[in-house]
Design a protein around this ligand. Structure first.
Ligand code: UT7
Length: 331
């Protein structure tokens, strides 16, 4: 990819609300079992945002931590991108609320909806703005309060999703710095859009009593179809990243995949004969947090000493759309 400058990850942070919903809690709400959920997904618990708090509140905590890690101040940030499907309000963007709460300058701030690929899409867009020289420090956030859009009577979906936020700051790298983002790739296949939707409340089916009566305000998903497409899309995106950088799987220290289902992650790793010991799995703690899942897993891996500065990392995601993407970077 051409460009005058390169981006480096100058700071990371994440945030999970304190309250936890365990598999055992769900056993009391729908016909399911801890054993089924663990065997079929790997998830043990997910975190739930308290009443009165919204996506921008989670994003704020994660962003403050990323700013502290980068040793930058809110005034240093030139642009904010928030990947989310659960924005505080339909309008305005969560990014504008976050800008105000952080005390940033009057900078460009916007949300993007690429579902679970939102963080990858956000990093890729930020990387382009840094490469051209337009901006120096960009805050990219993935944040979701998914539990408010999940039907706790639908056992196929309610066991999967949780709340959380993760934030990275991409900064212009110094010349010769090799701890940079090497490549980003993004895709979308709108022909598969109906496999995973939030059908009610938009312009096609606006809010109404009928929407509430038919539970159309909640996530609707064809799980098995999503599963197959997720494995295919993430494997393709990994392959694309490796080929674009002339990199062999053995040269990658860690894969940090979207945290949706442990079996999906294992199937992707298997396609590259990539050992699971080098794949970050954090979904046992978080469930699927959509756009927040990769920065949450990444931060946890750094905090626990797995991922270290200087290592080569491959990020990959898929989500509703169906969107997908990958990023290869040296951290
Ligand atoms: O970020 C993208 C978001 N979405 C995803 O990543 C979802 C991807 N898909 C999946 O993770 C899996 O398809 C699920 C976890 C949703 C389901 O697992 P599965 O192994 O594909 O199960 P299945 O849909 O084939 O269902 C097997 C059985 C069914 O019963 P019958 O028809 O065989 O009698 C389901 O009704 O398991 C049943 N089942 C459950 N049983 C206990 C479905 N959900 C549950 C549950 N507890 N929570």
């Amino acid at each position: 990819m051409a460009g005058q400058y390169r981006s480096r990850v100058s700071g990371i942070g994440s945030y999970l609300p304190e309250k936890v919903l365990t598999n055992h809690d769900l056993e009391k709400m729908v016909e399911t079992s801890d054993q089924w959920i663990i065997e079929r997904t790997g998830i043990e618990r997910r975190h739930i945002t308290p009443e009165g708090q919204a996506t921008s509140d989670l994003a704020l905590e994660a962003s403050r931590r990323a700013l502290a890690d980068s040793k930058l101040n809110p005034e240093d940030i030139d642009m904010i991108i928030v990947g989310t499907v659960t924005s505080d309000r339909q309008m305005p963007s969560t990014a504008c609320y976050l800008q105000s709460k952080l005390g940033c300058r009057n900078i460009v701030s916007f949300d993007l909806n690429a579902a679970c690929s939102g963080f990858i899409y956000g990093l890729s867009i930020a990387d382009q703005f840094i490469r051209t020289g337009m901006y120096k420090n960009i805050l990219v956030v993935g944040a979701e309060v998914l539990h408010r859009f999940v039907n706790y009577k639908d056992r196929e979906t309610c066991i999967l999703f949780g709340d959380g936020a993760g934030a990275w700051i991409l900064s212009r790298a110094n010349e010769g710095d090799n701890q940079v983002i090497h490549s980003s790739h993004m895709h979308a296949d709108g022909n598969l859009a109906e496999l995973l939707t939030l059908p009610g409340g938009g312009s096609l089916v606006p809010p109404s009593q009928a929407v509430l009566d038919s539970n159309m305000q909640y996530v609707s998903m064809k799980g098995r179809e999503i599963f197959k497409n997720a494995v295919r899309a993430m494997a393709q995106c990994c392959q694309e990243a490796l080929e674009a950088n002339n990199t062999a799987p053995e040269q990658v220290d860690w894969i940090v995949p979207h945290q949706a289902n442990k079996r999906i992650i294992e199937a992707v790793a298997d396609q590259f004969k990539f050992p699971m010991e080098k794949v970050i799995v954090y979904l046992q703690e978080t469930g699927n947090t959509s756009s927040a899942s990769i920065p949450l897993a990444f931060d946890w891996a750094v905090q626990t000493g797995k991922i270290k500065r200087g290592q080569t990392i491959l990020l990959t995601a898929f989500g509703a759309g169906l969107t997908s993407g990958s990023i290869l970077l040296r951290y």
